[in-house]
Design a protein around this ligand. Sequence first.
Ligand code: G3I
Length: 308
Amino acid sequence: TSLRAEARKQDILIGSGAINPTYLNDSNFAAVLATQFNSLSPENEMKWSFINPTKGQYNWDTLDRLVSFAEDNNMVVKGHGLISGCCNPDYLLNVTDRTALRAAMKTHFEALMHRYEGKMDRWDVVTEALKTQGGGLNNETFFYQVLGPNYIADAFHIAREASPDSKLFINENLVESLPGKRQELYNLVSKLVAKGVPIDGVALQMHITEVAPKPGVVTEMVKSYNELGLEVSIAELDVHTLDNELETDIYGAVVSEALDAGITDISFWGFTDKHAYTWIKGAKPLMFDQCYKPKSEFYATHAALTNF
Ligand code: G3I
């Protein structure tokens, strides 16, 4: 059976992120995506400089294509990249005035969220707010520099106004492996909640390098965010190691623990090791090989779903 068939029995979203719509031209790619997964999210195509490279001009074609592929195949589309550290076009980076920047965010969020209203029900609003290794908010990002630390709350308020019914996520990396950063994210999110900022969940990226998260860490995170009334999802799981056995174990362990902890939305950052299609070069981080043959990582994930 497929991952998708197993996931469906338990109402789980099992997805692939990092989908560049041009990959759909590859019929093998499209077939595996539609057969194995029931959700998808774009790689870069929703990031500001890709979708809205010059003021007032939107490149809808590629994203529309992704959305119609999802519709044709009964898949959920997850919005990724409303605010991200990278990929901001020059016309935006030239904005220095707070009011003007908030207005630009409102225009941009409304354009995206209104166009896909009813077609995308969950969005990563802010991605990578913290410094990569921890140590506070990343104060080098453009939005921080103009709006200060409140840019996060501003972004969630603007997103909620644009799309009252969507689920709004903060997306962060490495918290499963860095205890200090994990606590910082919790502190940040609990403050947002206490201030009434409209946030629905925490999307864990989970780009794992060599070392599996300690057993219990994901469970603990889910519990603490659930207590704040939030959900936790996995947004970008992949495993960077040349040790296939270790990688397989990590896939199985992470997916099992996530399911046991109550996570119902798990996405991988792509699914094929085909060189051109993964951001990680020189490793084989995904569940299918470059010819779309399922690897042992796939079987470990499948078993985790089946045994859940
Ligand atoms: O499109 C331009 C092209 O015109 C130019 O010639 C070329 C030269 O470098 O760059 C192309 O843009 C690149 C883009 O990917 C598309 O290929 C950017 O330089 C490159 O930085 C960008 O990398 C993406 C990265 O995010 C940065 O945004 C990766 O594809 C993408 O997989 C990665 O995804 C992120 C998630 O959004 C957030 N979490 C971490 C994850 C992995 O870094």
